[in-house]
Every structure is written in structure tokens, then in C-alpha cells.
Design a protein around this ligand. Structure first.
Ligand SMILES: NC(=O)c1ccc[n+]([C@@H]2O[C@H](COP(=O)([O-])OP(=O)(O)OC[C@H]3O[C@@H](n4cnc5c(N)ncnc54)[C@H](O)[C@@H]3O)[C@@H](O)[C@H]2O)c1
Length: 254
């Protein structure tokens, strides 16, 4: 049976690359973005566009309705950087917009999608986090906070969802050459800092959706194979090799 997928932040960058891959694999795609260009991407992949700001919880409700009663795959990808580094001079509107999409919209997506996945007997969800979910990035503390929140949600929620046959994982890319980073591309190139191609990340998202154990945190860096991140145990606790449930555990671990 044809699978149905929802991808957020699909007007460009990683989200568009994920949409193209999932559609090429035969999935019916609902693509969500505040940028109306998402309509062109949807038309190109034979999917449906939902234009709206994901900081509004109703936008994901509309996306799930557009999926038409079936939802197999959900990619919670939309996100932005934060321009503000010093909390003392934070612009509060900008702050709430960053937290609203990077953090709250992930919860809104789950809130809208889980009832349908449960009714269908299962599904697979990937949140696009970042290396900033796993270590502090001094250049962008607020972004770091939001991505840590996403990983915290995956860690806390994935075991219970796995028991319902819903796998919830995260991919954590390093720098990716997308519209998000376009302003700094030349600086990165001049400094010899390698960047990932969006399709490298999209391929990892697709593999994670289809085969990874629930709760996988997949690190993706230029020039290295994707590798599963396993958090260090708390002091005086033994290391557990895998907290995941179901799926493949063949990924290298770091
Ligand atoms: N580019 C990188 O270096 C990099 C690295 C690690 C993680 N990521 C993460 O990958 C994800 C995708 O980033 P990208 O690099 O493809 O960026 P991008 O800017 O190319 O794409 C993000 C998309 O999200 C949409 N979006 C942003 N805020 C929105 C909102 N409030 N409502 C609806 N749509 C909204 C944008 O319009 C855009 O189309 C983000 O979560 C980002 O944090 C990116």
C-alpha cells in the first residue's frame, strides 16, 4: 500500500531533499512550510502543500488532515538559527519565533500526528536536530538549547512510543549547505570547513525512518559515515549498549 508522509520545512534545503527522496520511493507527501515556494516543491513531487507558520499548532492539524486519513512517516525538520547570542540583549519576538519552530513545532507535530499513527497501528517519526543537540555551540546558544530540547524529547518519549509500534528518532547533522547557511557559505569554504550536501542528510533521514531502532540519535558529518550516538552513562551507572527498540542496530556507534 502507498505510504503517506508529512515533511515540515520542505520549501528548500534538507526538507525539500527529504521530500524528493520519499516521493521517489513512492510515498504520497504532504509538505509544510511558511514559504509559499513549498507549493512548487509539492507540485514537482506530486504532493500536497500546506503553507503556514508552524509556530501555530493548527498548521500541523491542517497537514494531518491533508494526509487524508493515513500517516506512515513524519519528518519534523523545520528550524531556524538564532541571531541573538547574549541573553541580556535578546530580542524577545525573535527568541519566541526560534523556540516556536525549533522546539514547540516538534511537539505540535506529534500532537497532531500521533492519534492517526495510533489508529493505524504504527508509524515512524524523525526529528531533524543537529550536532548542536549533543554539544554546546557557543556561536548560537539559543539554537543549542532548542536542539537539546528535541533530543530530550526523543530520549524521553521514544521507549513508550516504540511499545505502540511508533519509532521516534533524531538525525543530528553538522554543517549542511542549504539556504539556512548560505550567508556564511563563502566563509566556511575559505576556512576549509567542509559542509554536507542536503541529500546526504535526506538519505540518512530516510534510512532512519525506515530501518533505525527507535530512539536512534544519528550523527552525520562531512566525510564520515553516519554513526549512532550513545550518550555517556551517569557517573557510577553501567553503559547500556542500546536503549532502542525494534529496527536495525547495524549502524556504527560513537
Ligand atoms: N543547514 C545546516 O547546517 C543544519 C545543520 C544541522 C541541523 N540543521 C537543521 O535542519 C533543519 C532544516 O534546515 P535547513 O538547513 O534545510 O534550513 P532551510 O532554511 O534551508 O530550511 C528550513 C525550512 O524551514 C522553514 N521554516 C522555518 N521556520 C518556519 C516556521 N516557523 N514555519 C514554517 N516553516 C518554517 C523555512 O521556510 C525553510 O524552508 C533545521 O531544523 C535546522 O536546524 C541544519
Amino acid at each position: 500500500m502507498t505510504q503517506t508522509a508529512i515533511v515540515t520545512g520542505a520549501a528548500g534545503g534538507i526538507g525539500e531533499a527529504v521530500a524528493r527522496r520519499l516521493a521517489a520511493g513512492g510515498a504520497d507527501c504532504v509538505l509544510v512550510d511558511r514559504n509559499p515556494l513549498v507549493e512548487e516543491v509539492a507540485a514537482a513531487v506530486g504532493g500536497v502543500a500546506v503553507v503556514g507558520d508552524l509556530t501555530d499548532p493548527q498548521v500541523m492539524v491542517r497537514a494531518v488532515e491533508a494526509a487524508g486519513g493515513r500517516l506512515d512517516l513524519l519528518v519534523l525538520n523545520a528550524g531556524v538559527n538564532s541571531a541573538d547570542k547574549d541573553p541580556a540583549t535578546l530580542d524577545l519576538d525573535r527568541y519566541q519565533a526560534v523556540v516556536g519552530v525549533n522546539q514547540h513545532s516538534v511537539v505540535y507535530g506529534l500532537r497532531a500526528a500521533l492519534p492517526l499513527m495510533r489508529a493505524e497501528g504504527g508509524g515512524s517519526i524523525v526529528a531533524v536536530a543537529s550536532l548542536a543537540a549533543l554539544h554546546g555551540v557557543p556561536q548560537d546558544p539559543v539554537y543549542t538549547m532548542t536542539k537539546h530540547a528535541v533530543i530530550g524529547l526523543v530520549r524521553a518519549l521514544s521507549p513508550a512510543l516504540a511499545a505502540e509500534n511508533i519509532r521516534f528518532s533524531a538525525v543530528c547533522p553538522g554543517l549542511v549547505d542549504t539556504p539556512l547557511t548560505a550567508g556564511a557559505r563563502e566563509r566556511f569554504q575559505a576556512a576549509g570547513i567542509p559542509m554536507l550536501d542536503p541529500d546526504d542528510v535526506a538519505a540518512a533521514v530516510e534510512t532512519t525512518l525506515r530501518t533505525a531502532e527507535a530512539g536512534t540519535e544519528l550523527v552525520i558529518r562531512p566525510g564520515r559515515p553516519p554513526a549512532r550516538y550513545i550518550a555517556a552513562p551517569l557517573p557510577d551507572e553501567p553503559r547500556t549498549e542500546s536503549r532502542g527498540v525494534g529496527g536495525s542496530s547495524s549502524l556504527p556507534k560513537i
